[in-house]
Design a protein around this ligand. Structure first.
Ligand code: ASC
Length: 147
C-alpha cells in the first residue's frame, strides 16, 4: 500500500464520526488544531487542581475529563494525506511513521479514558496518577512529532 493510502486508512480507522469531511486540506489542519487546543484547555483545568493551583472539585474534574476523553478521538481525522504539504508544527517524521503516531494516539485515548474513570471515583490520588500518565502520552508525541 502507498504511504498516503496507509495514512488515509489509519485516519479513517481512528475516527468513525469525523472521517473525510473536509472541503479543503486547510480545513482539516484547522480542525485537528482546534480539537487539540480545546482538549489542552480542559486538560489544563484538571492539571490546575492536580497541582494544587486551584481547589480540588471532583465535579469539575469529572466534567473536564469527560470533555478531554471525547475530544481525544477527534484530531486524528485531520491528519489527512492532503495536509502533509501544509505548513504546521507537525514534523515530517509524523508522516513517515504514521503507524507510530497511531499507536501513540491509541495510548493517549486509553490514558484519558483512564483519567475520566478516575475522576468518576473522586479519588484525588487516582486522578493525580492517571493525569500524570495521560500527560506523558501527550508529551511523548509532542517530543517526537511536533516542532
Ligand atoms: C497539558 C497540555 C499538553 C500536555 C503536555 C504534557 O496541559 O496542554 O499538551 O499537558 O504539556 O506534557
Amino acid at each position: 500500500m502507498k504511504p498516503h493510502l496507509i495514512v488515509a486508512t489509519v485516519a479513517l480507522a481512528l475516527s468513525g464520526a469525523a472521517h473525510a469531511q473536509f472541503q479543503k486540506p486547510e480545513d482539516a489542519v484547522k480542525y485537528r488544531q482546534g480539537a487539540f487546543t480545546v482538549m489542552g484547555a480542559h486538560f489544563t483545568r484538571i492539571g490546575a487542581m492536580v497541582q494544587g493551583r486551584v481547589p480540588f472539585d471532583a465535579k469539575v474534574a469529572q466534567e473536564n475529563a469527560a470533555i478531554v476523553a471525547m475530544l481525544s478521538k477527534l484530531p486524528w481525522a485531520g491528519f489527512t494525506p492532503e495536509t502533509e504539504k501544509i505548513k504546521s508544527r507537525t514534523k515530517p517524521e509524523a508522516w513517515m511513521e504514521m503507524d507510530k503516531v497511531r499507536a501513540g494516539a491509541d495510548k493517549m485515548m486509553k490514558a484519558v479514558a483512564d483519567l475520566e474513570a478516575a475522576t468518576r471515583t473522586g479519588n484525588l490520588d487516582a486522578i493525580k496518577k492517571t493525569f500524570g500518565d495521560a500527560a506523558a502520552t501527550c508529551k511523548a508525541c509532542h517530543d517526537a512529532y511536533r516542532e
